[in-house]
Each structure stands twice: as structure tokens, then as C-alpha cells.
Write a protein that binds this ligand. Structure first.
Ligand code: SF4
Length: 242
């Protein structure tokens, strides 16, 4: 669901003229994404639950947004060499350029907000952008779509510097390691090795941006339905949304 929501928002903020950016347009974009990729649901009812949750998140999101914004970047991979031999890669959901000329990184989250947001991910994205563009990155925002909460913080030079030092320390420690223990989590779903990883089961048990209940239900059902020959492809279901 998270991918569908992210892609729909990307396409939505790409629409020009901006007058066409309406709630109906956004829902139509979501439906298009949904029809293209629909695996992993137990049945129509479950797919319907996910879909309605996504629509509700997007409609709530629009009520809080300045819809005419022309983002500086949308759903873009970024990378920069932080120091010799250390290339940092990431992906931004959206970057706005403020009237002051500074950049504002916005990240969409489809799960529930934690008590204390962790800004590390966005600080590292800011580090990459600060190496790539001649504009300062002064603001970071996390948009939690489910309750419709927006957390925003200002970013100062010292914090960016600290993020860079933390990164270098982490990179140095990784370079010294000889044994790696698999640490499963939401990041596994962007990992090329997920299907052969011994921690695959744990990865599915982790909270995926707060949609834990639905994922747990799906996993239990798929495990029960899996044929003896083992197929990683769950059964397709009929379209519930059109
Ligand atoms: S799937 Fe395995 S190797 Fe990939 S990130 Fe998760 S734990 Fe690490």
C-alpha cells in the first residue's frame, strides 16, 4: 500500500496545470497504481480494507496541503560522495524549494507516528542534497498520513555536521566488521536479497510502517495457502475497486 500511496502522490504533484489537482484526481491515480500491482492480499475483503485505508489517508492529506506547490524534486534517487570512497545513496519523496531559496525535505509515512520522530534518515538525505546542490537544506518534515500528523523541524549546520560524523563513524565500524548478523526490519522490503535471506520470516513479522496487523494476517494466510512446492507468489484476486 505504501508504494501505491507514494506513487500516487508523486504523480499528483507532477500535474500541471495545478487546477487539475483535486481529490478525485488523486484517487484515480491511486486506482491506476493499485490495478497494476495487486499481489499479497488474502481476498477481496482484505484488499478492500487496504484500499480504503489508502484513500482515507490521501483524502485527509489533501485537506492539509498547499496543492499548488511545484516541488523541486519528487520520488527521486539521490547520491553523493561524502568522503573519498564513501558514497551515500537515498531516495527523497519530495523536496520543496522555499521562497528563501532553501530546501525542505518531505517524507511521507503511511504508518502511525512514533512518540519521538527519528530525523536521522532525513538528515542523511539533507547531507546528500547539500553536496549536490548549492542550496541550504533548512527544513525537514515527516507527514504521517494515517492520523494526518505533520512533524517539522528546522535543520541547522551543526546538526548536519553531526550527522556527517555519525555516518563516518558508522561506515568505519562497518568496514571493520567481519561477521554480519541479519537485522530484519522494514528496510528488508527494499533489499535485493530478501527472497534468499534467512531472516526473511522475521522481516515479514516486523511492523511495516505501522500496518503490522494487516501484514501479519496476510502472512499467516499466505503461509497456510502455500503449496508444497513453495511458490513465493501469492494468489491474485479480482479487482475490488473498479
Ligand atoms: S532481507 Fe536480510 S539481508 Fe536484506 S536487509 Fe533484511 S535482514 Fe538484511
Amino acid at each position: 500500500m505504501a508504494n501505491h500511496v507514494h506513487e500516487a502522490l508523486r504523480d499528483f504533484f507532477s500535474i500541471v496545470p495545478v487546477e487539475q489537482r483535486t481529490a478525485d484526481t488523486l484517487v484515480t491515480l491511486l486506482q491506476k497504481k493499485w490495478r497494476r500491482y495487486r499481489i499479497g492480499f488474502r481476498d477481496r475483503l482484505e484488499e478492500r480494507r487496504w484500499y480504503e485505508k489508502a484513500v482515507s489517508q490521501l483524502r485527509g492529506f489533501l485537506l492539509q496541503q498547499e496543492l499548488t506547490v511545484q516541488p523541486f524534486m519528487l520520488e527521486a534517487p539521490i547520491e553523493a560522495e561524502i568522503t573519498t570512497g564513501l558514497v551515500l545513496r537515498g531516495r527523497v519523496d519530495r523536496v520543496d524549494k522555499e521562497s528563501s531559496g532553501s530546501l525542505h525535505i518531505i517524507d511521507y509515512k503511511t504508518g502511525k507516528p512514533p512518540e519521538q520522530p527519528d530525523w536521522t534518515q532525513l538528515q542523511l538525505l539533507a547531507l546528500i542534497l547539500s553536496r549536490r546542490f548549492p542550496y541550504p537544506v533548512n527544513k525537514l518534515s515527516l507527514h504521517y498520513l494515517s492520523p494526518g500528523t505533520i512533524k517539522t523541524t528546522e535543520l541547522h549546520g551543526e546538526e548536519l555536521q553531526r550527522a556527517a560524523w555519525d555516518l563516518l563513524r558508522t561506515a568505519r565500524s562497518i568496514a571493520r566488521e567481519k561477521h554480519y548478523t541479519a537485522t530484519a526490519g522494514p528496510h528488508c522490503f527494499n533489499c535485493d536479497f530478501l527472497q534468499i535471506c534467512p531472516a526473511k520470516g522475521k522481516a515479514y513479522e516486523q511492523d511495516i510502517e505501522g500496518d503490522f496487523e494487516l501484514w501479519r494476517d496476510s502472512l499467516a494466510n499466505l503461509t497456510a495457502q502455500a503449496p508444497a512446492s513453495h511458490s513465493s507468489n501469492p494468489p491474485l484476486v479480482e479487482p475490488p475497486i473498479c
